[in-house]
Ligand binder design. Structure first.
Ligand code: ZN
Length: 240
């Protein structure tokens, strides 16, 4: 483990073009549960499974049930950035890190100070009227019980990618570009089982692919360095 960490420190110290790709594990260390993990939301008893509730079809047909679940299980507005978020923001401010690509929707990277954050699945902090496209912050969803409505009477929808919806093509393109041009690619807190993570990594052309995850992943054999540990603990120890 020590040799692995030293290699990571070396990669980071000697690069000015680092890209970070993060999954749910980055947020779980801030106390936000991963709804895909076995001890996460899928194990909790609800009338419908979360992947059904968090779908476009469900949002349209059972809007009230959607918002009841969403307010209770998807909003963690008291969560704070952890050492991973903080170190990544520092690396960017030093000009060493070019982009954070995240599958998380909590806005914690921006809260930590990161600027170029590519949110593949959107953000709970942005919401918009599906009729007139006026934007609202998250308080409109919290205070708009039972179903948040725009002044035009349209429903206010969270700007998060639901199952059955496509990812924003502009965000995808920027992510592909960042990865294709990266010198060091650090992937953290994801088992890489979920689209589009696996596909995006194919664009990386370098030889400093680092995987930091508590458990092994299907991509381990492709990585130049694998560290099975907490992403916050590992990045937190990096010296700048
Ligand atoms: Zn409206």
């Amino acid at each position: 483990m020590e040799a692995g960490f030293n290699k990571l420190q070396d990669f980071i110290s000697n690069s000015r073009n680092i890209v970070f790709f993060g999954g749910a594990g980055v947020s779980t260390e801030s106390g936000i549960p991963d709804f895909r993990s076995v001890d996460g939301l899928y194990n909790q008893s609800y009338k419908y499974p979360p992947e059904t509730i968090l779908s476009h079809q469900f949002f349209m047909k059972k809007t009230l049930d959607f918002f009841n679940f969403y307010r209770n299980k998807m909003l963690f507005l008291n969560a704070k950035p952890n050492k991973a978020h903080e170190k990544l923001a520092e690396l960017e401010s030093l000009g060493k890190l070019k982009a954070v690509i995240t599958q998380n929707i909590d806005g914690l990277h921006q809260m930590a100070g990161s600027k170029n954050v590519l949110e593949l699945h959107g953000s709970v902090l942005r919401n918009y009227c599906i009729k007139c496209h006026t934007f609202y912050d998250v308080t409109a969803v919290i205070n708009g019980e039972p179903i948040p409505k725009c002044t035009c009477s349209g429903i206010i929808k969270p700007d998060v990618v639901l199952y059955g919806e496509s990812l924003d093509s502009n965000t995808i393109n920027q992510s592909v570009n960042a990865i294709a041009n990266a010198d060091v690619l650090i992937i953290g807190g994801t088992s890489l089982g979920v689209y589009p993570a696996a596909g995006l990594i194919d664009y990386y052309k370098g030889n400093k692919l680092v995987l930091i995850n508590k458990t092994s992943t299907p991509m381990d054999t492709r990585a130049n360095l694998v560290i099975n540990d907490s992403i916050g603990e590992v990045l937190g120890k990096i010296e700048l």
